[in-house]
Design a protein around this ligand. Structure first.
Ligand code: SAM
Ligand code: SF4
Length: 375
C-alpha cells in the first residue's frame, strides 16, 4: 500500500503567507504536464510495484490544470502504476477555479475527493492574505461541488490571524459546519521567512500572530469541531466518520510514497529524496530524461525521530510495542523514560503502553516531539 503525490507548481497570485513552491508564470503549464508525465514513466519502479491506494494532486494550485493536462497525467498514472480500484484521488482546488464545468470535468477525470483552499469565509481575512477569491466564491465553490456530486470534500482554514477575535473564528467554523463538509484541515497562521507577510511584519504594517490568541483559537477549534461531530484525528485534521484523508494518513503511518513534480518529496522506508524547486530546471532536466533530485539515506536514529514526530500528532498516538518492533527495545525504553521524566506532565500521557498528547499538549506538538528525539 503506497501513495502518489503530484505537485502542480503554479498559482494565479502569491498569497502573502505562503512559501510552498509555485510560480505565477502560467505559460509553461503544458510543458510542465509533459515533464510530469515523463517523470512518472522514469520512476515507475520506485514503489517496487506496490499498489497505489491514494493519488494526491497538491500545490501550488492543481485546479489550474485544464482537462487535457489533467487527463494526460491521469493516463500516465494508470499506465505506469498499479492503482487500486477503490483508490482515493484528491485534488487541491482554489474556490475561484471551481466553475460548474470544471467540477464536472474533475469528476470525469477520476478525481473523487476535493480539498478546497477556503482559508477564511471572511472578506477582510481573504484580502489580508491576498487570496484570489472572495467570501461569496468560498461558499459557492463548496455548494457547487456538492451539487455536482462530490461528497468527499475537505476545506482548509487558517486561524490566528492578527487582530481577529474568537467570535470571528467561530463564525468561520460555523459556516463550515453549516455547509456540511465532512473534513476540515485547520492551520495556525505561520510567518515563513521571505514571504510578503514576513516583510509586512518587519515594516510594522501588520502585527505578528499572537501565540496566546492562536492557542485560544486552537482550543475553540477542538471544542467546536468535536461538538459538531468531527473526530480530531491529527493535530490539524478533523473528519466525520469514514472521511479521514487516506493519503495523509499514509504519511503519518510511515508508508511509502512517490512525489512527482518540482519540489516533491519521496520516501521508500530507507531514504528520502526531493526534486529541485525550480520549474525551469525541472522541465529542462526532464527533457533530457534526467531527474534533478537530492537524496538522504535515513539512519536508524533519524527513522526513530521521524516516527516520534509523525505518530505523536495522531489520535492513535505512539504505541511503545510498535516502537520496539520497528526500532528496538532500547529505543522503546528510552522513549518511555523521556515521557516519564517529561517536565510538563499535563502535556502528555503514557497509558497502557500508548503515548498521547493531551489537548493542552497538542498546540505544542512539534516542540514536544523534538524534546523526545534521540540526539
Ligand atoms: C500549499 S497550500 C495548497 C492549496 C491551495 N493552493 C490553496 O491555497 O488553496 C496548502 C494549505 O496550506 C496552508 N498554508 C500554507 N501556508 C501557510 C502558512 N504560512 N500558515 C498557515 N497555513 C498555511 C493553507 O491552508 C493552504 O490551503
Ligand atoms: S496558499 Fe495555495 S494559492 Fe496561495 S500561494 Fe500558496 S499554494 Fe498558491
Amino acid at each position: 500500500m503506497a501513495g502518489l503525490y503530484i505537485h502542480i507548481p503554479f498559482c494565479r497570485q502569491a498569497c502573502h503567507y505562503c512559501d510552498f513552491h509555485f510560480s505565477t508564470t502560467l505559460g509553461t503549464r503544458g510543458e510542465m504536464a509533459d515533464a510530469i508525465v515523463k517523470e512518472l514513466v522514469l520512476r515507475k519502479d520506485y514503489l517496487e510495484q506496490e499498489k497505489i491506494e491514494t493519488v494526491y494532486f497538491g500545490g501550488g494550485t492543481p485546479s489550474l490544470l485544464d482537462e487535457t493536462e489533467l487527463n494526460k497525467i491521469m493516463s500516465a498514472v494508470y499506465k505506469n502504476f498499479d492503482v487500486s480500484k477503490d483508490s482515493e484521488i484528491t485534488l487541491e482546488a482554489n474556490p475561484d477555479d471551481l466553475t460548474e464545468q470544471k467540477i464536472i470535468n474533475l469528476h470525469k477525470s477520476g478525481v473523487n475527493r476535493l480539498s478546497i483552499g477556503i482559508q477564511s469565509f471572511l472578506e477582510e481575512d481573504l484580502v489580508f492574505m491576498n487570496r484570489s477569491h472572495n467570501a461569496a466564491q468560498a461558499i459557492d465553490s463548496v455548494k457547487a461541488s456538492q451539487d455536482k456530486g462530490f461528497e468527499n470534500i475537505s476545506i482548509d482554514l487558517i486561524y490566528g490571524i492578527p487582530g481577529r477575535s474568537e467570535s470571528d473564528w467561530k463564525l468561520n467554523l460555523n459556516t463550515a459546519f453549516e455547509l456540511n463538509v465532512p473534513h476540515l484541515s485547520c492551520y495556525a497562521l505561520t510567518v515563513e521567512k521571505g514571504t510578503a507577510l514576513a516583510h509586512m511584519i518587519a515594516k510594522n504594517k501588520t502585527a505578528s500572530p499572537d501565540d496566546e490568541q492562536q492557542s485560544e483559537q486552537f482550543h475553540v477549534l477542538m471544542h467546536e469541531a468535536r461538538t459538531a461531530g468531527f473526530e480530531h484525528y491529527e493535530i490539524s485534521n478533523f473528519a466525520k466518520a469514514g472521511f479521514r484523508s487516506r493519503h495523509n494518513s499514509l504519511y503519518w503511518s510511515g508508508k511509502k510514497y512517490l512525489g512527482i513534480g518540482p519540489s516533491a518529496h519521496s520516501y521508500n522506508l530507507s531514504s528520502r529524496q526531493w526534486n529541485v524547486s525550480s520549474n525551469q530546471q525541472y522541465i529542462r532536466s526532464l527533457k533530457n530524461s534526467e531527474l534533478p533530485a537530492e537524496i538522504e539515506l535515513l539512519d536508524d536514529k533519524t527513522k526513530f525521530n521521524e516516527f516520534v514526530l509523525t505518530r505523536i500528532r495522531t489520535i492513535e498516538g505512539i504505541n511503545l510495542k510498535d516502537v520496539e518492533l520497528a526500532h528496538g527495545k532500547q529505543r522503546a525504553e528510552f522513549l518511555m523514560k523521556s515521557v516519564n521524566d517529561y517536565p510538563v506532565k499535563e502535556h502528555l500521557s503514557l497509558h497502557e503502553n500508548i503515548i498521547k498528547l493531551s489537548d493542552e499538549g497538542k498546540f505544542f506538538a512539534d516542540r514536544i516531539a523534538a524534546d523526545l528525539f534521540q540526539d
